[in-house]
Design a protein around this ligand. Structure first.
Ligand SMILES: *Cc1c(COP(=O)(O)O)cnc(C)c1O
Length: 362
């Protein structure tokens, strides 16, 4: 088989080739069962094994402490924007850090259920304000951050220690686009969620990590299928879970373990993003507006000095086997997403293409 092109999609995103091959091999007959995973009862023995193993591997990879539940849900990141306030806000006050498009979307949705206050605001050009300077509400039910802004390309490398700041509210973090790339200090977290389609597997699965004491705070309007306590009590099988997505995610977890785990993924993410930012900063043509202290290792937006060149840049990239580099429509320019399944060679090929394209502009 000829080499597949490199895929820089922001999500749904590249999956490890070894995982895709395994999925293909298992497609008609999973481990002698005579069935595709898609055809199995979610309550049967085979899927039971797949589910339990995926859960155990995720907990191990992310070192999730025993006082947290891991839920396999549906609804994606946007679903959680409503599910979190329905479960945790009590209809009261919630604090948000506005750091870009995803946290803005989360705040807008939460405002349907709670009173939203903006504790801090940044576009990342001057870095992320120190948590000590956030205007936290004494009565906040929780504090929400998006710890990697997938569109704007800024990442919170330190989760705030709210307790040390005298704030008892739990931290809620949207980790959709950096999960499985660094260890988390869970003592600082009340709830984390991540849609699978960035760094975990196919779209359709959403992982929620929630401290047990937060399970039972839902508003009465919360649908049962999205009620964390109900989901937890039923081992994420209250309703039919996204079985195929869980199976593929499980293969990705095994693959991450075989690569050396989250620490190895983190080192790779650092090396890949360092190489791309160096190419951007070392050029006259390309730029990235985010302060070096919070530049995302996962999503690297960059802009050509003349927008008129965008179309030919993308056309040449496509021809060079570099796919899905077009920036999000709300910010324009380019964006290279460097999730775990994107190899270092992809970044090498991209930076080489960028240099060649720049030199052709004369
Ligand atoms: C992709 C993404 C989402 C949205 O996920 P959906 O599955 O489309 O709802 C939410 N938050 C962040 C940070 C994302 O990157």
């Amino acid at each position: 088989m000829t080499q597949r092109p490199y895929n820089f999609s922001a999500g749904p995103a590249a999956l490890p080739e070894a995982v895709l091959s395994q999925v293909a091999a298992d497609m008609l007959n999973w481990q002698g069962s005579g069935m595709s995973v898609m055809e199995m009862s979610h309550r049967g023995k085979h899927f039971g094994e797949i589910h339990a193993q995926a859960l155990a591997d995720f907990r191990e990879l992310m070192a999730v402490p025993p006082e947290f539940k891991v839920l396999f849900m549906q609804g994606g990141g946007l679903g959680e924007n409503a599910i979190v306030p329905m479960n945790l806000s009590g209809g009261g006050v919630v604090d948000f850090v506005d750091s870009g498009i995803w946290s803005k979307k989360s705040a807008k949705e939460a405002a349907k259920y709670a009173t939203v206050r903006v504790a801090a605001q940044t576009e990342g050009r001057e870095g992320i304000p120190d948590a000590g300077a956030w205007k936290l509400s004494p009565d906040a039910a929780y504090v929400h951050i998006c710890s990697n802004e997938t569109i704007n390309g800024l990442e919170f490398f330190d989760l705030p220690d709210l307790k040390a700041l005298g704030c008892d509210a739990p931290l809620v973090a949207d980790m959709s686009s950096h999960i499985l790339t660094r260890q988390i200090d869970w003592s600082r977290v009340g709830l984390a969620f991540a849609g699978a389609q960035k760094n975990i597997g196919p779209a359709g699965l959403t992982i929620v990590v929630i401290r047990e004491d937060l399970l039972d705070r839902a508003l009465p309007i919360c649908p049962s299928a999205f009620h964390y306590k109900t989901v937890a009590e039923n081992d994420s099988m209250y309703n039919t879970p996204p079985t195929f997505a869980i199976y593929v995610a499980g293969l990705v977890f095994k693959w991450v373990k075989a690569q050396g785990g989250v620490a190895a993924m983190g080192a790779l993410a650092q090396a890949k993003s360092d190489a791309l930012y160096a190419a951007i900063d070392g050029s006259e043509l390309y730029s990235n507006p985010i302060h070096v202290s919070c530049r995302s290792r996962m999503n690297v937006p960059f802009f050509l000095s003349d927008d008129a060149l965008n179309a030919s840049f993308l056309e040449g990239a496509q021809a060079a086997g570099l796919l899905q580099l077009k920036g999000h429509k709300s910010v324009g320019g380019m964006r290279a997403s460097l999730y775990n399944a994107v190899p270092a060679a992809a970044v090498q090929a991209l930076t080489q293409y960028m240099r060649e394209f720049e030199s052709r502009q004369g």
